[in-house]
Each structure stands twice: as structure tokens, then as C-alpha cells.
Design a protein. Structure first.
Length: 252
């Protein structure tokens, strides 16, 4: 386990430092990575060498590539490891992202993630984006239906406003929220709402795609986040060397 301690997310005590997997795909978060062997090595090193037990992914990464890599690298999954994925985003092309929250699509997406990850239940499934063209109750209602069916264990939200979180709490139990938060974007009203409700807050892009490492240093950038209550940052990398630098900076 990393020196960052633990946090409970979706019923599991996991390392406070997680690993985001968006950068394990090709340019534009599209297609296979340039070095698939290194991508697999990053995942294995995170769990088996560095004690990271919170792996974050999405069906849109690749699309589908990151989930395939996770299965190839880590299946069967150790019981203490949380694999969190997201549905509700389609990828027309490289660097293009579009919310799609129709209930039939969300159901198909969950089934696809279950198949790619090789599991009968998703530990934590986020609504990747709220689709403004579909009532939130319909989007979360479909995820809740699959939760009752045993296909999803816990439901999360990604890139949401405080109002959307409050609306969601009237529909489902929210297990975690993912938003952008880092030393140069440190004011998110959703964080205070999550702290007040005891909901884990998962900052994605905590190093702003690596740009903050040179300005602040990896340790300073990540430690600012981990000093906040209920936060669990998920920096991403495509390099085992860089992963080791992140872990060392956070445990020194």
C-alpha cells in the first residue's frame, strides 16, 4: 500500500493514490497504445509493485482499449482491487467525445464493459457525462435497474455540477464523484458538497496531463489534493518509469 494511506470507495478500502488509464491508449485517446507491452507493465506494476488498488477506466478510452488492457494485465482481479469504469460517452473519432445517455445505450455499454473486463459485476460504474438531451432520472434509473440486477455494485458521477449531484442523490446512492481538481483549478463547489455528504471525491487530471509536474513538482501537486478530506486522485501515465516517480514523490 502506498504511503498515502487508504480511502473507502464503493465499499472497498483502497489506496488513496489511484491510477487513471486514459493515457494507456493511442494518440487522441484513440486506438491501441504505441507500446502495448509497456501499457500492460504499467497496470501490473501499479497493483503488484506499488500497491495501488484503485484502477479507473472507461469504455470510451480507446474506445474499449483500456478495459481490454486491464483484463489482460490483471484478471483475475485481486479481491482488494477496485476496478472503476464509466459509460455514457461515445467516440466518433480521435479527441472527439459526445455524451450519450439513452437508457438502451447505457445498458448495452454496461454489458460491453462486463464482457471486456471479464466480470459479472462492475464494482463501480460512473455515468461518464450527463447527457443534456435525456432526463437525468432516465439515465440514472437505468444504471439503478442494472444495479438491482447485480450487474453494477455502485454508481458514480463524472464531470457534474453541485445541482446535478443533488438531483442524482434523489434518484440513487452516489458512491463517488469525479471532477477536475488540481493546484491551478482548486475551487470546485462539488468538493464541499461531497465532503459534507461523506462521498469520495476523485480528482481526475490531478497533474493536468503532466503540465503541473514541472511547475510545482509531482509531490507538491498531489499532496495538496491528498490533504483534502475524501479525495482520491487518479493520475495517469503510459510509462512504468513515470509511474514509479509518481509513487516515490507521494511516499517520500
Amino acid at each position: 500500500m502506498t504511503g498515502l494511506g487508504t480511502i473507502t470507495i464503493a465499499g472497498k478500502d483502497v489506496s488513496r493514490l489511484g491510477l487513471g488509464t486514459m493515457r494507456l491508449t493511442g494518440p487522441g485517446t484513440w486506438g491501441a497504445p504505441p507500446d502495448p507491452g509497456e501499457a500492460l507493465a504499467v497496470l501490473r506494476a501499479a497493483v503488484h509493485e506499488h500497491g495501488i488498488s484503485h484502477i479507473d477506466t472507461a469504455d470510451a478510452y480507446g474506445p474499449h482499449i483500456a478495459e481490454d488492457l486491464i483484463r489482460d494485465a490483471l484478471h483475475p482481479y485481486p479481491g482488494h482491487v477496485l476496478i472503476a469504469t464509466k459509460v455514457g460517452m461515445v467516440r466518433p473519432g480521435p479527441n472527439v467525445w459526445k455524451p450519450l445517455g439513452r437508457p438502451d445505450y447505457l445498458r448495452a455499454a454496461v454489458e460491453g464493459s462486463l464482457r471486456r473486463l471479464g466480470t459479472e459485476t462492475l464494482d463501480l460504474c460512473y455515468l461518464h457525462r450527463v447527457d443534456p438531451l435525456v432526463p437525468l432520472r432516465d439515465q440514472l434509473g437505468e444504471l439503478a435497474a442494472m444495479q438491482r440486477e447485480g450487474k453494477i455494485r455502485h454508481i458514480g458521477l463524472s464531470k457534474v455540477t453541485s445541482g446535478q449531484v443533488r438531483d442524482a442523490l434523489g434518484i440513487v446512492e452516489v458512491a463517488a464523484v469525479q471532477n477536475v481538481l488540481h493546484v491551478e483549478e482548486r475551487h470546485d463547489p462539488v468538493l464541499e458538497l461531497c465532503q459534507g455528504r461523506g462521498i469520495p471525491y476523485v480528482p481526475y487530471r490531478p497533474l493536468n496531463a503532466g503540465r503541473l509536474a514541472g511547475t510545482y513538482g509531482i509531490a507538491s501537486a498531489l499532496r495538496w489534493l491528498t490533504r483534502l478530506e475524501h479525495t482520491a486522485p487518479i493520475p495517469g501515465t503510459s510509462s512504468t518509469k513515470h509511474l514509479a516517480e509518481i509513487v516515490t514523490a507521494c511516499t517520500a
